[in-house]
Design a binder for this molecule. Structure first.
Ligand code: AMP
Ligand code: GLY
Length: 421
């Protein structure tokens, strides 16, 4: 099979390495890929949002199966274009990807179908939002831009003045462009967060092993929010009992709700959950695999990924038995100094003995046989082990052998999970 994977981050590297395990996988193209993916696939210089070019490439190169991994092409309708051109895809169509593309849509969906989430209000004008914040007495308050904002469109305002600033920045200064034409203001919830990725073909839903992300830039969950500085799986807070509740109260109802809306979801649906004292609540939906969650979840998957993708595409997920290993995994992200704010690119990376781990590339570039940094999150170093401590130790052993100028990584990935056990 000739396969095409759209995207070029650590998540896509993990997907490609897993697809390679299937002997049916022949040529794999990555659009655009990155410096590390170049060892596992042929990288093609087409950006992930250039959806017409992606369709033309697939048709001209007789692609048998496509995987669209990032949020933007999914929300733009990349899968619709490819399928219309006769290319079978893993990933939701545009009508279903709105579950991530619009927070107003997803909040209204949850309210309509009784899926537990934070209480909220939607505002279409800055004046009304400012008045609401002005009249509020309960803080922190959570302010969210409606549309995609590179994971930065959520502001936890600790005080009234921070809330007013957030509303002005999103709605008046358009800090996230048109994504901020509407906002959601919601109640602040507390509790451990869990990422659950699930395969679904619109009928069957199969949750994968749970994960814990580490969103803040610095140790001890301090510093700015990032795309994710590391992950572990499974998440010790996510017990079998909680999984049963989530299946019944959240996962199945969400799949049914999307069907009822005529927006049947096929692909990977990501549930960002918070385990509050009142029970599990949905913080957000993503219409795709998480990054860096994928880098710990897929290494634990025992069933063949390509077979699952094809079953999902064909509405046959119910016929499959999906198995995960009972081991643990840890991924430590190595980032460029300064990330998530400004950082330098083009630093040469040297690798030592990383045999005990798998190094997934994110922001890297290959030139004359050398690898250079090319983004904020540079590498995701993942190890698996019989215990979580063992996985953590092996991941850090590999991290310590890798270097580039300004390299920054958290020293405490998995620490909270170990304490929770
Ligand atoms: P999101 O991009 O929607 O995942 O939000 C980013 C982060 O903001 C989440 O991982 C949570 O830590 C936090 N967050 C979002 N919504 C809430 C909420 N209602 N209450 C508390 N924290 C929240
Ligand atoms: N790690 C969270 C995300 O992929 O959105």
């Amino acid at each position: 099979m000739r396969i095409m994977v759209v995207g070029g981050g650590g998540r896509e590297h993990a997907i490609i390495k897993k697809l390679r395990e299937n002997p049916k996988a022949g040529k794999i193209y990555a659009l655009p890929g990155n410096g590390g993916i170049a060892s596992d696939a042929e990288c093609v210089a087409i950006g992930a949002t250039e959806i017409e070019k992606i369709r033309d490439f697939a048709v001209n190169n007789e692609i048998d199966f496509a995987v669209v991994a990032p949020d933007d092409p999914l929300v733009l309708g990349c899968v619709d274009l490819l399928e219309a051109a006769g290319v079978p895809c893993f990933g939701p169509n545009k009508a279903a990807a709105i579950i991530e593309g619009s927070k107003v849509f997803s909040k209204n969906l949850m309210k309509k179908y009784g899926i537990p989430t934070a209480d909220y209000n939607v505002f279409e004008s800055a004046g009304e939002a400012l008045k609401f914040a002005e009249d509020s007495v309960s803080f922190p308050m959570v302010v969210k831009a409606d549309g995609l904002a590179l994971g930065k469109g959520v502001i936890i305002a600790e005080t009234k003045s921070e809330a007013l600033d957030a509303i002005r920045s999103i709605m008046l200064d358009k800090a996230f462009g048109e994504s901020g034409s509407r906002i959601v203001i919601e109640e602040f919830l507390t509790g451990p967060e869990v990422s659950v990725l699930a395969f679904t073909d619109g009928n069957t839903v199969v949750p994968m092993v749970s994960a814990m992300d580490h969103k803040r830039a610095l140790d001890g969950d301090r510093g700015l929010n990032t795309g994710g500085m590391g992950t572990i799986a499974p998440n010790p807070y996510y017990t079998d009992e909680i999984n049963r509740r989530c299946m019944e109260e959240i996962f199945v109802p969400t799949i049914k709700a999307m069907n009822a809306e005529g927006r049947s979801f096929r692909g990977c649906l990501f549930f960002g959950l918070m385990l509050t004292p009142m029970g599990p609540r949905v913080i957000e939906y993503n219409c795709r695999f998480g990054d860096p969650e994928t880098q710990v979840v897929l290494p634990l998957l025992k069933t063949d990924l390509l077979d699952i993708f094809i079953a999902v595409r064909n509405g046959k997920l119910g016929d499959m038995e999906i198995e995960f290993s009972s081991e643990s995994a840890c991924c430590v992200v190595m980032a460029s100094g300064g990330y998530p704010q400004s950082y330098a690119k083009g630093k040469e990376i040297t690798f030592g003995d990383t045999k005990g781990a798998t190094v997934y590339h994110a922001g890297t570039r290959l030139e004359n046989g050398k690898i250079y940094t090319n983004g904020g999150r540079v590498l995701g170093v993942t190890a698996t082990g019989g215990t979580l401590s063992n996985a953590i130790e092996k991941a850090y052993d590999a991290v310590r052998t890798i270097s580039f100028e300004g390299a920054h990584y958290r020293r405490d990935i998995g620490k909270r999970a170990l304490e929770a056990k």
